[in-house]
Design a protein around this ligand. Structure first.
Ligand SMILES: NC(=O)c1ccc[n+]([C@@H]2O[C@H](COP(=O)([O-])OP(=O)(O)OC[C@H]3O[C@@H](n4cnc5c(N)ncnc54)[C@H](O)[C@@H]3O)[C@@H](O)[C@H]2O)c1
Length: 476
């Protein structure tokens, strides 16, 4: 037999089998007997894998970080709002396991990709994690497998980046349009899909106690109807509500719309805050009043700048893609400009506040309260506090920080501040020229902070209800 012929025959056999494999997959997903792999055991992948395990699927978590894998295997959490008991319980029930052996991907019926999608040094999409994962799946791909991408990305990634890499396996997954009313779903068998591919955006809001993962409706878009249908069967076991859209591109765009909506509205209130400060109007009071309108208004709040993995980053994925269509995304650019200037505004306010007390930033002792990007979470990705600390230091200030969630600041991609959280005693507070409230953690006693501090620059309205010593508070 000629060289390589065996391989070709194997592929042909797979393709012959594909109709049956796809039907078997659909059945296994519906009955909960499918084996599900989740790639990337992060803030998104870990809770999702636990949800699938709870829904009855035999679930395997994959990660390249062997330290994380060891920890999870031992039933230990590394994310504060996910209890160790939940992980240990799922492992004990033999519903959940974690591995760094990617050969096991071949045994999965469905593979869900939850890897990071950051921006590179030029603020352009860095799809290397998605590409690496697709390359890892490709040699293990077999007929009848479903692959779903969840990482936030620009419209077209699933079809234009993931599909070509998976197609190098020789297996097929044709791109074809479909209606979401289910009529076209009947015609799926003729599509001759060997494997299935879909996109379903993650909408996790870490630490949100009002909406747990399963309560947040799951939007799903397949590259064809069969894929959409299988992905819906997968998510229906874990989520209260699923919603099909007509393509993976529409699903990708849905996630970006949600985040751009937030980014633009936060920029709007940040800009109005700057105006209100000049006009002597309290923006927080205005937002509370506007919020009473029962329709047509959604409250957003100003702050020291954008943080977290999504809002400061995701809009630029769309901006980048829009260049291909020679389309300027002006709202995104403007919002980015306003939001990214907020840390400078905070530092300028600290400088003015010190100036009023005949001091200057040079050599001033400044304490920054809160480095997490939002309150009550242990996540400091893209946190504006880090930029504020860096800017204060560049002006010669002697900066310390306190955060109950971060005893020390470990090295990050962009920052290497090498600092440790200081003790928060009244004596320690009194020793600083200024205390900056950058993150309004609920555990802080704001009355006590204002009472002890010489001056408080408040970027979050955390001291809004404090009555005593208001003369020490500088709104920012
Ligand atoms: N964190 C959120 O609140 C949130 C919300 C919505 C959407 N998202 C999106 O979800 C995606 C994942 O975000 P996250 O917050 O979970 O990231 P994360 O950094 O917390 O976790 C990602 C995990 O993927 C692992 N990883 C990286 N490359 C890998 C590879 N090639 N194979 C296997 N594992 C790999 C990392 O070790 C890490 O454990 C991103 O696209 C993000 O935009 C995040």
């Amino acid at each position: 037999m000629e060289a390589g012929r065996e391989d070709v025959m194997a592929v042909e056999k797979e393709i012959e089998l594909s109709g049956a494999s796809v039907d078997a997959l659909q059945q296994a997903l519906q009955e909960g007997t499918a084996r599900v792999g989740v790639v990337g055991m992060g803030y998104v992948g870990l809770p999702l894998a636990l949800l699938f395990a709870k829904g009855g699927f035999l679930t395997t978590g994959f990660d390249i970080d062997s330290e994380k894998v060891q920890k999870l295997r031992a039933g230990e959490t590394y994310i504060k709002h996910i209890p160790s008991q939940t992980i240990a319980g799922a492992i004990e029930k033999k519903r959940f396991r974690v591995t760094d052996d990617f050969d096991e991907l071949a045994e999965m019926d469905a593979i869900v990709i939850c890897v990071p999608t950051p921006l590179d040094d030029h603020r352009e999409p860095d799809l290397s994690f998605i590409r690496d994962t697709a390359e890892a799946i490709c040699p293990r791909l077999r007929a009848g497998q479903l692959v779903v991408l969840e990482s936030t990305t620009y419209p077209g990634t699933t079809e234009e980046v993931v599909l070509p890499i998976l197609a190098k396996s020789g297996l097929r997954c044709p791109v074809s349009s479909y209606d979401t009313d289910g009529v076209t779903a009947e015609a799926v068998a003729s599509e001759e899909a060997d494997f299935l591919l879909a996109f379903s955006p993650e909408r996790e809001d870490p630490g949100n106690k009002d909406f747990r993962t399963h309560q947040i409706p799951k939007v799903i878009g397949g590259v064809n109807a069969t894929s959409a249908r299988a992905a819906r069967a997968l998510y229906q076991r874990g989520f209260d509500r699923t919603l099909l859209v007509s393509s993976s591109r529409a699903a990708e765009m849905t996630k970006l719309l949600e985040n751009i909506f937030r980014c633009v509205n936060i920029a709007l209130v940040n800009e109005l805050k700057l105006l209100c400060l000049r006009m002597g109007i309290d923006i927080w009071e205005v937002i509370e009043a506007a919020k009473t309108k029962p329709f047509g208004f959604t409250p957003f709040y100003p702050g020291p700048g954008l943080g977290g993995h999504c809002i400061p980053i995701d809009p630029f994925y769309l901006t980048w893609k829009a260049h291909e269509y020679e389309f300027p995304t002006r709202f995104i650019e403007l919002a980015g400009e306003i939001n990214s200037a907020m840390p400078e505004h905070v530092v300028a306010t600290v400088g003015e506040a010190l100036n009023r007390r005949r001091r200057c930033l040079q050599d001033a002792k400044v304490l920054v309260l809160g480095v997490a990007y939002k309150k009550d979470i242990d996540d400091l990705r893209e946190s504006p506090s880090l930029r504020i600390i860096e800017l204060l230091q560049s002006h010669g200030a002697r900066v310390d920080y306190h955060d109950p969630y971060f005893p020390r600041l470990h090295k990050m991609r962009r920052y290497n501040l090498g600092m440790e959280s200081v003790n928060l005693t009244p004596e320690a507070l009194a020793a600083y020229d200024t205390v900056v409230i950058a993150t309004d953690h609920s555990s802080y006693d704001y009355e006590a902070i204002v009472a002890a501090a010489q001056q408080v620059v408040d970027t979050r309205n955390a001291t809004g209800k404090v009555r005593a010593h208001r003369e020490k508070i500088v709104r920012c």
